[in-house]
Design a protein around this ligand. Structure first.
Ligand SMILES: Nc1ncnc2c1ncn2[C@@H]1O[C@H](COP(=O)(O)OP(=O)(O)OP(=O)(O)O)[C@@H](O)[C@H]1O
Ligand SMILES: [Mg+2]
Length: 357
């Protein structure tokens, strides 16, 4: 398939996030008034060895989970947008002469890529997008080049095909987060204009940081920390299987000691990790403050997590809800969608690729 990170007009599709703990799908449509409508979403759990460090570890398990998620979604759409983790993509901004012909531009992109990609060019897929005029020179344009090893793309495509789906877009997770942020921004004062916002996506195994200023991404970082740690502690303390611990965590029913001896320490740890990430950013950049922290990922569903993070960091904190200003299909439960929303940020950003709103 073509590695089309940046293709702009495309037919409707389903956004699919292949993460470490689950396959997550989101389907959007236009609401008829220039906004989005949530048609459906679904999640199917992945076994531990299905995805390994962002790579497909067990193709059959990933394909089976995709099949299940698609069935639960109840859609007829088979076209899909997938994404690679940012760590699997090398991207670089370069300047090129304005007004180059397509072929000349492609040749130049290859030449540039050759310089900074540590693999042979026939092992990689390359894509590029003109970002606009160069800041200080009207004769040049700024071009974003992205490259990834072919097998990383092919493995994901194979899993989707194994589930009977057709991949029409291959994006990057951090770009999908940025796209979905435009939905979350409506939750912020003045829609986030001129503000510096840190999106912290805490999933099962990773914490993804993405800082935006005036709605443009200025910093990304990943570190290992996630809800899996809490699940393991629940397993260990209460002698449960992974599945039991996962259910208990979300639905309750654990002994009283859970709240004070397991959950609270985890919340403190999480808040500290966010505070550290914040410190890291302010040390590394010339921005010396963050105006808002937006929590996403499954861990953002922990009750009052925003309060704990805000207390620790002294920065206004809220939980992401990409469905905040969307119309919602009446077959869905609004309350449940709001609870599930933070973990669906990437899938949501991918689903947006199929619409031109
Ligand atoms: N209501 C809840 N309370 C506490 N934890 C929850 C809740 N819902 C989900 N989680 C936790 O969130 C984590 C899953 O989050 P998410 O779906 O964002 O992960 P992921 O995208 O698969 O992981 P990663 O991004 O690290 O690959 C799991 O550890 C899960 O137990
Ligand atoms: Mg995730």
């Amino acid at each position: 398939m073509k590695f089309n990170l940046f293709k702009e007009t495309i037919p409707p599709l389903i956004g699919i996030d292949i993460s470490s703990s689950a396959i997550k799908m989101v389907e959007l449509s236009e609401d008829g008034r220039g906004g989005y409508k949530l048609e459906g979403y679904s999640t199917a759990p992945l076994a531990k060895d299905a995805m390994v460090d962002g790579n497909v570890g067990d193709l059959e398990k990933v394909a089976d989970a995709m099949k299940l998620a698609w069935k639960l979604l109840g859609s007829r759409e088979k076209r899909a947008a997938l994404a690679l983790p940012a760590s699997a993509v090398i991207s670089k901004k370069v300047l090129m002469a304005a007004g180059l012909r397509e072929e000349d531009m492609e040749a130049q992109v290859e030449a540039e890529a050759n310089q900074y990609i540590p693999f042979s060019l026939d092992e990689v897929n390359i894509d590029f997008q003109i970002l606009g005029a160069a800041p200080n020179n009207a004769d040049e344009v700024e071009v974003l080049i992205a490259a990834s090893r072919k097998e990383k793309i092919e493995d994901r495509v194979a899993a989707a095909e194994g589930a009977g789906l057709k991949v029409t877009v291959m994006d990057v997770e951090s770009y999908a987060t940025e796209a979905a942020y435009s939905l979350v921004a409506s939750q912020l004062p003045n829609s986030g204009a001129e503000q510096t916002v840190m999106i912290v996506d805490i999933g099962a195994s990773m914490m993804h940081i993405n800082v935006l200023h005036d709605n443009n991404s200025i910093y990304t970082r990943e570190q290992t920390f996630g809800g899996g740690q809490l699940t393991q502690e629940i397993q260990r303390r209460f002698g449960l299987s992974l599945e039991e611990a996962e259910i208990a965590k979300r639905k309750g029913g654990l002994p009283e000691s859970y709240e004070t001896e397991v959950l609270q320490p985890f919340i403190q740890l999480l808040s500290m990790e966010v505070a550290r990430a914040l410190q890291f950013f302010t040390n590394a950049s010339h921005y010396n403050r963050i105006d808002h922290i937006v929590l996403a990922g499954g861990c953002a569903a922990i009750p009052a997590i925003d309060v704990a993070v805000q207390d620790r960091t002294q920065v206004h904190t809220l939980v992401a809800n990409p469905f905040h200003s969307m119309a919602i299909n009446t077959k869905l439960k609004q309350q449940q969608a709001t609870t599930d929303a933070p973990a669906l940020l990437i899938a949501c950003g991918l689903a947006m690729r199929g619409l031109t709103i």
